[in-house]
Design a protein around this ligand. Structure first.
Ligand code: APR
Length: 257
């Protein structure tokens, strides 16, 4: 190993040690996750090359206006995503966050993801900031029911009230559910450490949570394959790499300290 790589390896190990110590010394740790944590489960993210938005432009498939204009077209994306999601499993990154909760070292996961994989991995305290894709919601009468993929050929699902049902996710142009919005904001203001995993930091208000945490004194740990607008501004420790590798390594360090 050449000296630079030895130095690099030592610096990397020191970063994991410092991140683990921050977690062990914090009264409350909050994780904020994005699509990147689910990429290793086989779910494409939105904005990386080949991401969902390159095939389904959000302005045509993921806005509330598009849903009201052409629900059948919008449902092309959401049925395809639901087909992808029905067989996916949590990956080591999800399982690492579940272990961190079981160790009593993670209070909550605020996720932008709609794949329910944090629940599947075993986290019990999860705020689904953008909803979840396996449930239907009727904007007319506010009924909810599970999505039934066997009805895909019929196009946009209908409610018993006669209205079209939308995926129970926050489409562009919709508000974040009030409870999720205020609870996540309060947790960001009152955490000692925030772990940001696999988000491009481009969609608000979710992307504002790390800034709120930093302004209120939190130590910021970021796990991503690439740097983001957080990395050079508020991130204290950047653990670069796939979440399926960085998070298990971090949690092992917490477990063994
Ligand atoms: N491990 C860690 N990070 C990864 C991995 C991985 N294996 N693969 C990709 N990433 C990173 C990318 O570098 C990028 O920064 O994950 C991030 C994914 O960014 P986006 O695709 O923009 O997803 P996200 O940040 O969750 O989008 C936020 O935008 O479109 C809306 O509602 C949608 O919830 C979504 C929101």
């Amino acid at each position: 190993m050449d000296p630079d790589s030895v130095q690099g390896a030592d610096a990397e190990e020191a970063a994991y040690t410092a991140a683990a110590d921050a977690i062990l010394n914090a009264a409350r740790v909050v994780a904020v996750t994005g699509a990147g944590i689910s990429v290793e489960s086989g779910i494409p993210d939105f904005r990386s090359a080949g991401g969902l938005w390159s095939k389904y432009p959000p302005e045509d498939y993921a806005t509330i206006e598009a849903f009201y204009d052409d629900p059948d077209k919008v449902w092309e994306l959401w049925y395809e995503l639901a087909e992808t999601l029905k067989d996916v499993q949590p990956n080591p990154g999800h399982r690492a966050l579940a272990e961190l909760e079981q160790m009593g070292r993670l209070s909550v996961v605020v996720t932008q993801n709609i794949d329910a994989l944090h629940h599947a991995a075993g986290n019990t305290s999860v705020i689904e900031y953008h909803g979840r894709a396996d449930t239907l919601y009727c904007p007319a009468c506010r009924r909810r029911r599970p999505l039934d993929l066997s009805q895909r050929a019929l196009g946009a699902p209908r409610c018993v009230c006669g209205g079209y049902m939308k995926p129970d996710v926050v489409l562009f142009g919709e508000l974040i559910p009030t409870t999720a919005l205020h609870l996540a904001d309060s947790l960001a203001r009152n955490c000692g450490v925030m772990i940001i995993v696999g988000t491009s930091a481009t969609v608000y208000p979710a992307a504002g949570l790390p800034f709120i945490a930093k302004e209120n004194g939190a130590f910021i740990i970021e796990c991503n394959t690439e740097s983001t607008q957080f990395t050079e501004t508020i991130t204290d420790i950047f653990l670069q790499g796939p979440a399926g590798e960085t998070l298990p390594r971090l949690v092992e360090k917490v477990r063994n300290r």
